[in-house]
Design a protein. Structure first.
Length: 117
């Protein structure tokens, strides 16, 4: 029973983390939002942002890397709190971010292919 509650708690924390941590990391950034709308940046199933189009400028690439570094640190923290792995936290978050991507935005699936929603 204890393992069940620990897992349930981990899932709840991951859901809260998805809402409070990962999405706002780029939502407040107009450069990222514009790049998503233009199809240059997209959400990956692994919980990180990716460059869809090789034509991204250096400042945008740095911004994506900065957000991904913040996400990685948050995933590490949450994994330590819940007894899971950062990869599990990132995956759950990635699935939610991909599912929540706006119509017309690009997302990366398990095969590594970008598709437009």
């Amino acid at each position: 029973m204890t393992r069940f509650f620990k897992l349930l708690s981990a899932v709840a924390l991951m859901t809260v983390a998805t809402i409070t941590m990962a999405a706002p990391a780029q939502a407040a950034d107009p450069q990222i939002e514009t790049a998503k709308e233009q199809g240059v940046v997209g959400e990956r199933i692994d919980g990180y942002l990716g460059i869809v189009d090789g034509g991204a400028d250096a400042s945008l690439i740095r911004r994506v890397q900065d957000i991904n570094n913040k996400r990685r640190a948050a995933y590490d923290d949450l994994a330590n709190q819940t007894g899971t792995t950062p990869e599990q936290v990132a995956r759950v978050t990635g699935e939610k971010l991909v599912a929540g991507a706006a119509s017309g935005e690009f997302v990366m699936d398990d095969s590594g292919a970008w598709t437009q929603k």
